[in-house]
Design a protein around this ligand. Sequence first.
Ligand code: ACO
Length: 429
Amino acid sequence: MPDFAELSLDGKTYQLPIVVGTEGEKAIDINALRDQSGYITLDSGYKNTGATRSAVTFLDGELGILRYRGYAIEDLAEKSSFLEVAYLLIYGDLPTKEEFATFESGIRRHTIVNEDMRKIFEGFPVNAHPMGVLSSLVCAMSAFYQGDNGKDDHLNIIRLMAKMPTMATWSYKKSQGHPINYPNNQLDYCTNFLNMMFALPVESYHVDPVVASALNKLLILHADHEQNCSTSTVRLVGSSRANLFSSISAGINALWGPLHGGANQEVIEMLEDIKADGGDSKKYIAMAKDKSSGFRLMGFGHRVYKNFDPRAKIIKKAADDVLNKLGVNDPILSIAKELEEAALNDEYFVARKLYPNVDFYSGIIYRALGIPTNMFTVMFALGRLPGWIAQWKEMREAKEPIGRPRQIYVGATNREYVAMSERFRFVEK
Ligand code: ACO
């Protein structure tokens, strides 16, 4: 492999260093290009721009490979726990027994959310979207745990991991008109979350281990996905040396959008619409192909996976298992299967390499677990939290420079200011 690429511009040749990753991924380092030549590179949506060197997650979109810190997602989803994966992502290696015990007990100890934060929460309207509430509360943590940016990072990581499930359940409880539940630190992470979601003071509640294990799997599958929209947001905000809480809060907002984490909610709403409209999946496939309809098949397509999404494979099987074990017969599952079948055999989707992504099936499992649709993206945020933290920590430890892209200006050139009294616009009739 050459050490540099040559670029000819305006009769001059520039040598641009080649960078190769541990999995053989190749890049051209254009850092010095502007200073040397006056040219920038233009790549809207950062479709072909590497923003960092990262050792957290490797994915190969063509081969459908996803690994956290070198471990295959299939192994982690089957054999590990969400907190073990969180430790792996954040600290780089699988924990020893002692390391895990310290990490887990730290998280158990910090699950209670400050009662003054509850007063902030109480000001939200009952129908507030839980993602807006969650991002606000996470940002508000920066007011309660001001600490030393840097010195207290470890403790703040534990606090955030511990308190997110507690805060996440509050919106749901409020939407039901039910009292919120406090955490029970005897319970493991997933069971504690489910208990805070569904337990009522008037009757005993037992978390079904099938449900807790499905949740554990879902959280692992969402735990990191290299430089996606929300993770890049977390790194970009953090690059200005903003604290952990405000950086993660920004990531939650980025995740909220329907083209990113909001897709799991949109998938269920789309499947429900199709069902209400008579269940004709062919009609919706035709609409998705017609650009003028403005309709996209939610849960299909991915910026990097162009053959299959390995998470979707695992989750599809998990959806079947959970629904069977819980005895749920959800009619929208058959609509989902029909849509998938039709799309995978349709020239439009095949040519554009559009396959079901992780969100096509995650919503179906969440629904079976009793989690309401507007909480789906919150579940995604819970899962993605350790990935955001790991990427934020990596960026800070590498002392990366502040993120600041360039642009090609396409607006008006220099104009002379005209006083308002003399200003008019000629409108042609
Ligand atoms: N339905 C119909 N057509 C689609 C879809 C879809 N879901 N996704 C992409 N296309 C088409 C586009 O119209 C475009 O067609 P063209 O080449 O004829 O113009 C082509 O496929 C490429 O699409 P882009 O939008 O350029 O692909 P991009 O990589 O920018 O977008 C994205 C990826 C945002 C995921 C897109 O596929 C999409 O909107 N999917 C639906 C939303 C979704 O499921 N998001 C979740 C992503 S996974 C996650 O965040 C965990």
